[in-house]
Design a protein around this ligand. Structure first.
Ligand code: NOJ
Length: 696
């Protein structure tokens, strides 16, 4: 990835740089969600070479003004980078990443990331802090919304796809005008925060680390991601931001990453609060030695590095090496040649074409959880819509986005009104004129995302009361759940005729919901995170171990809760369509897979319903015995198949046992899966048919 020419140029430039100027390149300041931008002093910093990048600025004129100072008035004219949290769109807002992963269509995520990059770069932003690839198995953690759910295979595919979308197709690591540098985060394992409490400690065995949590970050690195963000948490006792074995060892040495590592917000300084570093100076020394290139708002590098460097040759060498990384990134971004945002591009933001893509992504993200046949509703039907979220535009956009396009966002009620004769009432009243009641329940944008951990993830009492009141009317009840996390929906599950997980869908979410309700679009989303029955089941994920006492219905001393039914309310991979699919018994070519053989698998799928539909055929793998142990099931492949009513198709998969076995080292190379194995093929992680075989 390292381009010799850029390195040569960076080194030439560095010959002219003072120590203070080099440290300036490692310093990032700005605002983020922790406050509004206080820009006083920015211009001075830019002029004096005290800063290499700003975060949370995406006003192109403002960016250009600061850039002009850096380029024209600073001693060496080194351009700045403007970085921003463009998590699921800037002006055009796409579904929250968790929702989008339910499309089971990484290529879609690539396209939405590309549009986000286009809008970001038009606004002066050349570095986005996405994708987040933290595996999350505990929905109490509010940031589950920002990733691709619980599964490393899905997580890896979406990680790579988003990196390619943000950065563009080229393999040479150069970023053109319409793309940006991506940043995979949060390295590592932030999603495993104990009890789902944000920023909490993470304790993981090597088995879990290598097989479940690290693969998506590596997939991003393999896809050529240019930057990596360290996580707030400690991992097995060492804060990630000062964790040399993690950054230098795994990321750089094992995976060959040569780009920029940025700390999370103030995380360098927080190593002191973790009780790892004695003081902030120590934090600066530990972080730079661990290989953290940029200190985001920790003010540890700009305050202490200069002193430290004067006494310690190793730190001087680290500063040189890391400064070179920042300069190379600036060359790759083309900032030395094109430092300014092209203001003429602003007119292309939030265009119809981009909104069409947002609508496609939103439709494909929706997951139909329950339907007794009430859906699809007849177009034009008279419906009563209830629930405060129905008109909440901001919440439709979800966490981590900018409210600039909020006014033109299509909320649920507005979308429904485009297809139905809909009235709105805060509570169900005067129901005689309607054919169904639509209850919009769930959570607001502020209840998901960062610092939004919840100890209870059931529905709010008021939402449950609303659904019960609707049920009492005797009319069919359709519940639309707007949320950034899997909620425990047990309390309303039996009361509703249809249950639709709508997530926070972005700019045109309401329109996508209405498309699904009226059948203009047949739902095809599949859950990428398990929906628990009760909060107390968290963390909950399909890919668990068997234990010595696996659950057996009716038996006592088994791995289960006494006061809750076993398993999720809706499992990983689950989602209904408006038609039915029938699976034949799957077959494989050989019951014994020889040393150089692959597993060739086929299953016949038939659309037995009355309308066209898309099925996501899922393949799970299990190795029966392994030291250490392997999960009961691991997603190994899937295919989305569109079939007309009555149509059949044989769906084929080829799997390689070399890719399926246990991972024992940080290089993340799987061993060959040997011995007795099982493959499961079906519609979701629970509803699937098994084949047994042996690999040599
Ligand atoms: C904190 C968040 O953890 C991270 O995801 C984000 O990119 C930075 N702050 C910058 O806003």
């Amino acid at each position: 990835m390292k381009d010799k020419e850029y390195v040569r140029k960076a080194r030439l430039l560095m010959r002219k740089m003072t120590l203070e100027e080099k440290i300036g390149q490692l310093n990032q300041v700005g605002a983020s969600i922790y406050g509004t931008t206080n820009e006083s002093g920015y211009e001075e910093m830019a002029k004096n070479g005290k800063v290499g990048s700003f975060l949370s600025l995406h006003d192109p004129e403002r960016c250009n003004k600061l850039q002009r100072i850096a380029v024209e008035q600073s001693r060496l004219g080194i351009p700045l980078i403007f970085a921003e949290d463009v998590i699921h769109g800037l002006k055009t807002v796409f579904p929250v990443p968790l929702a989008e992963s339910c499309s089971f269509e990484p290529e879609l995520a690539s396209r939405t990331a590309e549009v986000a990059a286009d809008e970001a770069s038009a606004c002066g932003v050349k570095w986005v802090f996405a994708p987040m690839t933290d595996i999350a198995r505990d929905a109490r953690w509010g940031r589950i919304a920002e990733g691709s759910g619980e599964d490393p295979y899905i997580g890896s595919l979406f990680a790579a796809a988003r990196v390619k979308g943000f950065q563009g197709g080229g393999n040479d690591g150069n970023i053109d005008e319409k793309h940006v540098a991506a940043c995979v985060k949060h390295f590592a394992c932030y999603g495993a925060a104990e009890s789902g409490k944000d920023y909490n400690t993470v304790q993981l065995s090597d088995n879990n680390l290598y097989n479940a949590y690290l693969p998506p970050y590596k997939a991003a690195v393999d896809a050529g991601v240019l930057t990596v963000m360290t996580a707030f948490n400690d991992l097995n006792g060492t804060p990630c931001t000062v964790n040399a074995p993690l950054i230098e060892g795994i990321l750089r040495k094992s995976w060959g990453f040569e780009g920029v590592v940025v700390s999370d917000w103030a995380a360098v300084a927080e190593a002191e609060y973790h009780g790892y570093c004695a003081d902030r100076k120590d934090c600066a020394a530990e972080a730079i030695k661990a290989g953290v290139t940029v200190d985001m708002m920790g003010h540890a590098y700009d305050t202490y590095l200069s002193d430290l460097a004067k006494k310690d040759g190793k730190i001087r060498r680290c500063i040189d090496e890391l400064c070179e990384q920042v300069l190379v990134l600036k060359y790759r971004l083309g900032l030395f040649d094109r430092p300014y945002a092209d203001l003429s591009r602003v007119k292309d933001l939030y265009s119809q074409e981009k909104l069409d893509l947002a609508a496609e992504a939103a439709r494909k993200s929706i997951v139909l959880l329950k339907n007794d046949g009430i859906l699809p509703l007849k177009r034009g039907a008279k419906v009563l819509v209830t629930g405060g979220l129905a008109t909440d535009k901001r919440s439709m956009l979800g966490c981590w986005c900018f409210p600039e396009t909020q006014e033109s966002t299509v909320d649920t009620l507005s979308g429904i009104k485009e297809k139905f004769a809909a009235d709105y009432a805060a509570v169900p009243v005067d129901i005689s004129r309607y054919s169904a009641i639509i209850c919009v329940v769930g959570e607001t944008n502020r209840e998901t995302g960062e610092a939004a951990s919840h100890a209870f993830i059931g529905l709010k009492e008021s939402d449950v009361a609303l659904v019960k009141a609707a049920k009492k009317t005797g009319l069919p009840v359709i519940a639309l759940v707007l949320s950034g996390r899997p909620l425990a929906l047990t309390e309303i599950n039996d009361d509703v005729n249809a249950l639709v997980e709508c997530w926070h869908l972005g700019s045109v979410g309401g329109r996508a919901i209405a498309d699904v309700l009226c059948g203009d679009f047949s739902p095809e989303g599949r859950l990428t995170a398990s929906f628990p029955r009760e909060t107390g089941q968290c963390p909950i994920y399909y890919s668990h171990f068997n234990t010595g006492r696996p659950y057996i219905a009716g038996q006592g001393c088994r791995c289960k809760f006494r006061d809750c039914d076993e398993g999720p309310l809706y499992p990983f991979g689950f989602g209904l369509t408006y038609t039915e699919f029938e699976y034949s018994e799957p077959t494989i070519e050989n019951a014994v897979i020889g040393k150089n053989d692959k597993i060739r698998l086929s299953v016949k799928l038939k659309n037995t319903g009355k309308v066209e539909g898309t099925e996501t055929v899922q393949v799970y793998f299990r190795q029966i015995s392994s030291k250490p142990i392997r999960p009961m099931k691991s997603l190994a492949a899937f295919k989305k198949v569109r079939l007309a009513a009555g149509e059949s198709r044989t769906v084929k998969f080829t799997l390689d046992p070399d890719d399926l076995g246990i991972i024992r080292t940080a290089a993340l190379k799987p061993e060959r899966a040997k011995g007795k194995c099982e493959i499961f093929v079906g519609a979701n992680s629970e509803d699937c048919k098994k084949i047994e075989f042996v690999t040599e």
